[in-house]
Ligand binder design. Structure first.
Ligand code: ATP
Length: 350
């Protein structure tokens, strides 16, 4: 019971390669998030799965059946678009009922299903309104209701929360999580917001330049990024990465110096801002850097240190009131917090 992209390439008429040999397989029932920078191919992957585009090469299978050329209406896939694409001249009720009407669902059954899904999404009291009379959050719920009402196997959502304000976005995120748990359907969700991906996904597919760079659960993506790109893309503030040299078990890059467990020679070292120790010295593995900027993001402080090889950012909950820019500070990179990447390819070393 799986959805598979097998070597899927999509080349548009103008020569743009939106997907480049994508191999991706997930189970039905998962909450899969497609994450990646703008232009990485997320929307194209969704449109191919929905049947709105056809691949130039490769195939797409659902449950072992090749659906590559199957028309959209036979695919069992519901879709929520970024702009919701609601029919402005129809009532909320008719918008939700639309997929059932085109499937010629009997009137009583149609009415029952529309009301049931409206109840689930808490929009039961707006059924008589038109889309123009709804708030952003309400319109978003209507779009989700319309995608789910005919009980598709897979629900695709292309940046459905991006038009909502920050607070509503958080609220709808929780709602979508709840909905997924309740319905146990396959959700495929597109976003370029890594926090959204982290909170929603059972697994995150990170795309870059039309290729899959990592497909793992959020915890693994965060703790064991497959390469420098994923490491820097996931987490705010971003993971510190620095190019340096390892000699006699010690990494050096400008003022940075720490014990490492990786091959000798050039390496890209990574450490998350929240895992850097500072203040104490004594165990011989500290180095000194000059504080450049201090920012407070309650309850944390962000300390940014200048280095001739770039900056090092520390995120801490320790009291930093006494710290002033220009002051020297002892820093410590714990051995178990270090990530090692190939200095040339950026791939994770261990
Ligand atoms: P965003 O986060 O900005 O929505 P995305 O990851 O969803 O980006 P896609 O929309 O899939 O990316 O686009 C991937 C690449 O394909 C981009 O370079 C885009 O410009 C290009 N592209 C998309 N649709 C077409 C098209 N119809 N014709 C030509 N190029 C296209």
């Amino acid at each position: 019971m799986a959805v598979s992209f097998v070597g899927v390439t999509k080349r548009f008429a103008d020569g743009t390669i939106a997907l480049d040999g994508l191999d991706l397989e997930f189970e039905l029932g998962e909450f899969v998030v497609l994450l990646g920078p703008s232009g990485s191919g997320k929307t194209t992957a969704c449109r191919l799965l929905a049947g709105l585009e056809t691949p130039t090469e490769g195939r797409i299978e659902v449950d072992g059946k090749d659906i590559t050329t199957l028309p959209p209406r036979f695919r069992g896939i519901g879709m929520v678009f970024q702009n919701y694409a609601l029919y402005s001249h129809k009532s909320v009720y008719e918008n939700i009922a639309y997929p059932l009407r085109i499937r010629k669902t009997a009137a009583a059954e149609l009415d029952r299903r529309v009301k049931e899904v409206a109840e689930l999404l808490q929009i039961g009291s707006y059924l008589h309104r038109r889309p123009g009379q709804l708030s952003g959050g309400q319109a978003q719920r209507v779009a989700v209701a319309r995608a789910l009402v005919w009980e598709p196997t897979i629900c695709l959502m292309d940046e459905p929360l991006s038009n909502l304000d920050a607070l509503l976005r958080l609220h709808m995120r929780t709602e979508l999580n709840r909905l997924h748990q309740r319905l146990n359907k396959t959700f495929v969700f597109v976003t370029h917001d890594q926090e959204e991906a982290m909170t929603l996904a059972s697994r995150i597919a990170v795309l870059k330049d039309g290729k899959l760079v990592q497909f793992d659960d959020p915890r693994t993506i965060y703790r064991r990024p497959a390469n420098r790109f994923v490491a820097e893309f996931m987490g705010r503030p971003a993971m510190n990465t620095m190019d340096g040299m390892v000699r006699d078990g010690t990494f050096r890059a400008g003022q940075v110096s720490c014990k490492v467990q990786c091959p000798e020679g050039p390496v890209t070292l990574g450490i998350r801002p929240e895992q850097i120790g500072f203040g104490q010295s004594g165990d011989g593995d500290h180095f000194t850097m000059t504080l450049d900027v201090k920012e407070t993001v309650e309850p944390d402080a962000l300390l940014i240190f200048a280095n001739d090889k770039g900056t090092v950012t520390v995120r801490t909950q320790r009291d930093c009131d006494e710290l002033r820019p220009g002051q020297p500070v002892n820093l410590h990179f714990p051995l178990d917090a270090l990530h090692y990447f190939d200095a040339t390819t950026g791939e994770r070393l261990r």
